[in-house]
Design a protein around this ligand. Structure first.
Ligand SMILES: N[C@@H](CCC(=O)N[C@@H](CS)C(=O)NCC(=O)O)C(=O)O
Length: 233
């Protein structure tokens, strides 16, 4: 079996992509260690064999899967004997809901805070592309976004409330042990840790902090094993 994960790489070998962290953690959950292939923002052609240009892309012998959700479902269905990512059909449906909340809630709130930092840590040859695409997406300059950091941090606060509430109840979103919903939300914090030297959590954010530390320790410290800003942990 030859498993290959194509994932985003930035300056200093940083691995900031939350989508790629979803896949990395899902693979680790299944006890699988892929070979990783770094892909710069301007190297989308490297994964064109998957029929699109985004990462993550998983190669499993002659099978190719793109999109983090498709990868999670592929792993769950192809490696059913390993620990479950979802815990059954109902769990899969709820994990998909958390996927949508992460994309349209958590990530949407974090992006205007993190994008200016991510630009500074993109590969030098990727920076123009990153600036152009992100400024088009946000309809304003990166400098404008950076100047409004405090506003965006205040807007993040209520978005974190479901995490706060749930993590005050059990150590992980999925209960006593982590599973895919945890990887979905945690992957966003991996992005923060990878690019941002400022702590995005308020000092009193105990439950989310404790969860992040547990998540960083999983799989022999897989999420700690990449270059990052400890100040943001
Ligand atoms: N829905 C996809 C989204 C994948 C995605 O947007 N990946 C980013 C990782 S940085 C990407 O490749 N972006 C390409 C770009 O910004 O040009 C998934 O869940 O995997």
């Amino acid at each position: 079996m030859a498993l290959t994960l194509y994932e985003r790489v930035c300056a200093g070998n940083r691995r900031p992509s939350p989508y790629c962290w979803r896949a990395r953690l899902a693979l680790a959950h299944k006890g699988l260690s892929p070979e990783t292939r770094p892909v710069k923002f301007t190297e989308g052609a490297l994964v064109a064999f998957s029929g699109q240009h985004k990462v993550p892309v998983l190669g499993d012998d002659d099978r190719v899967v793109s999109d983090s959700w498709e990868i999670a479902c592929y792993l769950e269905d192809t490696y059913p004997e390993a620990s479950s990512l979802f815990g059954g059909a109902g769990g899969r449906a709820l994990a998909r809901f958390i996927n949508h909340w992460t994309d349209h809630g958590l990530q949407k709130a974090l992006s205007p805070i993190l994008v200016p930092y991510a630009h500074a840590l993109a590969m030098p040859e990727d920076r123009d592309y990153y600036r152009q695409t992100r400024e088009a997406r946000w309809g304003q300059s990166l400098e404008h976004l950076a100047a409004k950091r405090a506003v965006y941090l205040a807007a993040l606060d209520p978005v974190l409330e479901p995490l706060r509430q749930r993590l005050a109840e059990t150590p992980f979103l999925c209960g006593e042990k982590p599973a895919y919903a945890d990887y979905l939300a945690f992957a966003e914090f991996q992005w923060a840790r990878s690019v941002c030297d400022q702590d995005i959590l308020a000092p009193g954010e105990q439950a989310i902090r404790a969860w992040r530390h547990c998540m960083l320790d999983l799989f022999d410290g897989l999420a700690r094993s990449v270059p990052a800003f400890e100040t943001a942990a």
